[in-house]
Design a protein around this ligand. Structure first.
Ligand code: SF4
Length: 240
């Protein structure tokens, strides 16, 4: 597994659990608002780019497992995020190795690999699922910056909602990309889901699309209106 970074302790990323966060490298989306550009491009393509927030240091898989073994009994779980973890064909094997140490697994995904998602759920490799819902389907491509197979996304949504596992969807609410009415269409897509979190857009950092740096985020009041619409479709819709 290509690991772009490790956060050794998080109290919030895996609801109700103390966790470590493993960041896999590379992503098949180019979301304009993404604040982890150093993870999005494969390391070998990054040459020359200097990011201000170099918070990530790549780590070898063997060193990660040394660390995890030292945390058995101290941490509850491991969050696997990216980048997009399901781009890596060895992800199921990697997760299996972590589970053998007794950790629960939360997986973050953009939903582009429903086949792997289904197989990992069937193989009992996942305890908590978090999927991004970037936009209504007709805006997806303009938000994620690449062509998208919407059927695959819908398939992943269905897998997540019917998985029987605790789950959440997340949307980064970015001005210029989303507007209030979009939340009706997005709500319909994930109808019946456990939770939908609306995340504030951060612009004071490196972004995948530098044109979005410095853009003003929606106000809390505007986001609360979006969450109100979201609440009509899912069990819980909150700002994060
Ligand atoms: S925000 Fe978009 S570009 Fe960034 S890691 Fe997630 S899916 Fe990839």
């Amino acid at each position: 597994m290509k690991i772009g970074g490790l956060e050794k302790l998080s109290l919030i990323d895996y609801p109700g659990n103390l966790s470590a966060i493993v960041f896999t490298t590379a992503c098949n989306f180019r979301c304009h608002f993404c604040y982890n550009p150093m993870l999005v491009w494969p390391l070998e393509e990054l040459g020359g780019i200097e990011y201000k927030n170099k918070g990530f240091s790549p780590i070898l898989e063997e060193d990660l497992f040394l660390f995890l073994r030292s945390r058995v009994g101290k941490l509850d779980g491991v969050v696997i995020t990216g980048g997009e973890p399901t781009m890596h064909s060895d992800l199921p094997k990697f997760i299996q190795k972590i589970r053998e140490l007794g950790f629960k697994i939360k997986l973050d995904t953009n939903g582009t690999n429903p086949k792997m998602l289904r197989e990992m759920i069937n193989d009992n490799l996942i305890d908590y699922l978090a999927m991004d819902l970037k936009a209504p389907l007709d805006k997806y491509q303009s938000v994620v910056g690449v062509a998208v197979d919407c059927q695959k996304l819908l398939e992943s949504v269905k897998i997540v909602v019917t998985s029987g596992l605790p789950h959440e969807f997340r949307t980064t609410v970015t001005p210029g990309l989303l507007e209030l009415d979009d939340f009706f269409e997005m709500g319909k897509i994930i109808q019946g889901a456990d939770a939908w979190y609306l995340q504030k857009f951060k612009s004071d950092t490196d972004l995948v699309d530098p044109k979005f740096q410095g853009k003003k985020a929606f106000s809390i009041q505007e986001m609360e209106k979006m969450a109100q619409i979201g609440s009509e479709f899912v069990k819980l819709c909150q700002l994060r």
